[in-house]
Design a protein around this ligand. Structure first.
Ligand code: PEP
Length: 250
């Protein structure tokens, strides 16, 4: 049985006051821990300390939305994986499409960040996904495999077993358009199949999450698919009732 996850990505949202309310509502509604299932919130870096204070002992984990490729030195504005880990974080989103599209993260940088996260003991949540134009021109598989392969080439296939993979079609992120459960599962099965060809055990055991306008109203159907092991949740992770609804669907 593969591990299952619901991971919230708060993006550039929140304040000390609003986070306090959200985290407390999540804690109250979370319920007892469930073996094999993990709930995570990935907060803006300045709020890692708040997440640690609020969530410690709650059963809910916390993480960052990125880490630097660099460990230490004259890299103004960067935040290292080691710094993130100092705040008790266990997870780091790597290669989110907004990082790739807006901030120029290349496949090579994403691979490097994946390695930095592992080195500091974080679980990298590696995101891959195609744009609408790429999907419409039949390039989905080529694009997502290229994105993933950079990390496999750099760190070896077995490194994937220390992380989590997230398939996030760019056209479904923040748009309200969700891939149908069938469309998502087909891509997940493709990814798992390719990974299995390289290492059967890694392919079998890797958790592959779907991200793209997941809500409590569509989570049950998505999570019922055999190759979908949970979700990476953007907008709905900012609304406690939605996020808890998605968690309960896992
Ligand atoms: C995301 O940002 O990873 C995401 C999936 O966003 P949304 O759920 O808002 O589409």
């Amino acid at each position: 049985m593969r591990n299952r996850f619901v991971i919230g990505n708060w993006k550039l949202n929140g304040s000390l006051v609003s986070n306090g309310l959200l985290l407390n509502t999540l804690k109250t509604g979370f319920g007892p821990a469930i073996a094999g299932k993990t709930c995570v919130v990935c907060v803006p870096t300045p709020y890692l300390s708040q997440a640690q204070t609020e969530l410690i002992g709650s059963g809910i984990e916390w993480g960052s939305q990125d880490v630097s490729c660099m460990e230490i030195g004259a890299y103004t504005g960067e935040v290292s994986a080691g710094m993130v880990a100092e705040f008790g974080a266990k997870f780091a989103i790597i290669g989110h499409s907004e990082r790739r599209a807006v901030f120029g993260d290349t496949d090579a940088m994403v691979a490097s960040k994946f390695g930095s996260a592992l080195k500091s003991g974080l679980v990298p949540v590696l995101c891959v996904g195609e744009s609408l134009a790429e999907r419409e021109s039949g390039k989905t598989q080529e694009v997502i495999w290229r994105q993933l392969h950079a990390t496999i080439e750099t760190h070896g296939i077995k490194s994937l077993s220390l992380g989590v993979l997230a398939y996030e079609p760019v056209w479904a992120i923040g748009t309200g358009k969700t891939a149908t459960p069938g469309q998502a599962d087909e891509v997940h099965a493709f990814l798992r199949g390719k990974i299995r060809e390289l290492n059967l055990e890694v392919g079998e055991n890797l958790s592959i999450l779907y991200g793209g306008s997941v809500k409590k109203s569509n989570a049950v159907e998505l999570f019922a698919k055999p190759d979908i092991d949970g979700g990476l949740i953007g907008g709905a992770s900012l609304v406690a009732e939605e996020f808890l609804g998605i968690w309960n669907a896992l």
